[in-house]
Design a protein around this ligand. Structure first.
Ligand SMILES: O=C(O)c1ccccc1NCC(=O)[C@H](O)[C@H](O)COP(=O)(O)O
Length: 207
């Protein structure tokens, strides 16, 4: 099975096209204003409109209001939503778009229970818990906390880099991997060479 790759925190068309050219399967757009990777709906819509076909687009939210989400969906026509806040299963499903549930993993996180609670999610994105930072931490969590039974349905995130992703794929065999900071020159500014190296490393691992 080929491990899919999502490049997250896209703020520029040139970075989106570089990621797609490198073989990225999905792109993530952050609608959380405190993030250095945040974009407006109009900015994201302009980038998405210029993409070639067969690239999945994802909108990321942290406890956004329903009207904010509806505006992003209407303007950008994203394929998937990704929730990083305290959004309940009912709220996630109420938006009536396919969604990914991000979970910030701590030793006490019951991932099996979360998987049951968010059974309607297309996937669980397992990310690193850092107090006060909903995503894009650049930190790695203990992958041994991930139950074997969950792995086919997860997107592994949190501090991945071109140097670490091959080990992550070989060890966890996730459905996909997701990266933001590990392929950047600066927050929100992607590095095309790092993106290519990251994807080459994912593809090097035969799972
Ligand atoms: O990337 C952000 O700045 C961000 C801010 C707030 C919520 C989510 C955010 N990113 C979500 C992602 O899916 C990131 O790719 C993921 O957290 C991993 O980030 P990194 O550790 O930098 O690879």
């Amino acid at each position: 099975m080929r491990t899919r790759v999502k490049i997250c925190g896209i703020t520029r068309l040139q970075d989106a096209l570089a990621a797609v050219e490198a073989g990225a399967d999905a792109l993530g757009f952050v609608f959380y204003p405190p993030s250095p990777r945040a974009v407006t709906p109009a900015q994201a819509a302009e980038i998405i409109a210029a993409l070639p076909p067969f690239v999945t687009t994802t909108a990321l939210f942290v406890n956004a209001q329903r009207n904010e989400i509806d505006e992003v969906v209407a303007l950008t026509q994203v394929d998937l939503l990704q929730f990083h806040g305290d959004e309940t299963p009912e709220f996630c499903q109420s938006v009536q778009k396919p969604f990914i549930r991000a979970l910030r993993v701590k030793p006490e996180t019951d991932l099996q229970a979360a998987a049951q609670d968010y059974a309607a999610a297309r996937a669980l994105l397992l990310d690193t818990y850092v107090a006060g930072v909903p995503g894009g931490t650049g930190a790695v969590f203990d992958w041994q906390l991930i139950p074997e039974t969950l792995r086919p349905k997860i997107v592994l995130a949190g501090g991945l880099t071109p140097q670490s992703v091959a080990q992550a794929v070989a060890q966890i065999r996730p459905w996909a991997v997701d990266v933001s900071g590990g392929v950047e020159q600066a927050p929100g500014i992607k590095d095309a060479q790092k993106i290519q190296e990251f994807i080459n490393e994912v593809n090097r691992v035969h799972v």
